[in-house]
Design a protein around this ligand. Structure first.
Ligand code: CA
Length: 133
């Protein structure tokens, strides 16, 4: 799913830039938000195909942001966080995250998880994909 639009919600400028370059060079359209509230507005306005969400945000916890997002946003959300405890990962998955990647992440793995989440969204979502035969 090339040209998919991915919204990155990440307060650390260096990681935001890395994600932007990685996603753009892989053919994705990339939107950037530095805070949770900015991310919420951009998600509603732009309807991205996937959200990459940091948990440690300056204006609130990403877990709460995730719960809020899941009240209306049905497309994939992948959490990308430095928090690596089982509790954080389980909570995020229970809050509606499709996947969870611990920082520092490997970009090849991140891209593979994005592809996987987008495939599942197409197959399990609105059945727009036709059978190939
Ligand atoms: Ca952060």
């Amino acid at each position: 799913m090339k040209n998919a639009c991915i919204l990155v919600i990440e307060d650390e400028a260096a990681i935001r830039k890395l994600l932007f370059i990685t996603l753009q060079s892989s053919g994705y359209n990339c939107l950037l938000a530095a805070t949770g509230s900015e991310g919420k507005i951009m998600a509603a306005a732009q309807q991205p195909d996937l959200v990459l969400l940091d948990l440690g945000l300056p204006d609130g916890d990403g877990q709460a942001m995730l719960r809020g997002l899941r009240e209306w946003y049905t497309k994939p959300v992948i959490v990308v966080s430095a928090r690596s405890s089982e509790h954080d990962i389980v909570t995020a998955l229970d809050n509606g995250a499709n996947d969870y990647l611990v920082k520092p992440f490997r970009t090849g793995e991140l891209l593979a998880r994005i592809r996987s989440a987008l495939r599942q969204a197409v197959n399990g979502g609105q059945k727009t994909a036709r059978p190939s035969n």
